[in-house]
Write a protein that binds this ligand. Sequence first.
Ligand SMILES: C[S@@+](CC[C@H](N)C(=O)[O-])C[C@H]1O[C@@H](n2cnc3c(N)ncnc32)[C@H](O)[C@@H]1O
Length: 219
Amino acid sequence: MNPDQVRLAYNTGAAAYVSAVPDPGVEAPIDRAMVDAFIAAVTAAGADPLVLDAGCGAGRMSRYLADRGCRVRGVDLSEGMVSYARRDHPDLDFAVGSLAALPYPDRRFAGVLLWYSAIHTPPAGQSRLFAEAARVLRPGGHLLIGFQAGEGVRDVSPVYLRLGYQVRLDRYCYSADQVAGFLASAGLREVSRLIRRPRDNERDDQAMVLARADDLTGR
Ligand SMILES: C[S@@+](CC[C@H](N)C(=O)[O-])C[C@H]1O[C@@H](n2cnc3c(N)ncnc32)[C@H](O)[C@@H]1O
């Protein structure tokens, strides 16, 4: 999807998103376990555990990371989502920006979280997005991505319509192997992955892939 359409959809539906998905309590416990593994990897390194919540939305995952020892920056395309993030988490630092041109210097972060934020980017845009994430990661840093696994495109506007919002929003499914390929092309090595079956009203399998930017300095 065109980023302008994604921005418009999330600006329009920001209030609906915040009330439907208020905190990480809506995540399956096993999904949160992958986030916890990511946090453990980032904070174990001993260096400053600065983490970028890339596509942070209204900041619910930023809060989760910050409460567990990470120093967090959040960035999102949608001003509407970022204004909720700033309202609800005034102690954290949020910016409006694109995953395709992250407003941060090279090698800034010990971790990058892409939690259901790469899902609106079509296949042709994925390599740019992973290259940006890899650029801002320090050697030895970790990336965790969460996404709906599978293939094809899903129209998610009916979900918003049920909540009273008229938006046009698609998301793209990728296989975990495809995502591991995107990561590898950006120079990130897969550490582990989780794929689980849909639960409740989910339509697709859910996948999380943890990857690492190799630290070549010790070799
Ligand atoms: C499904 S929401 C997830 C938000 C948050 N990660 C969470 O779990 O609550 C997807 C978010 O990604 C953002 N997003 C999508 N494509 C983006 C892009 N190219 N650059 C920056 N943000 C993007 C959207 O604006 C939206 O806030």
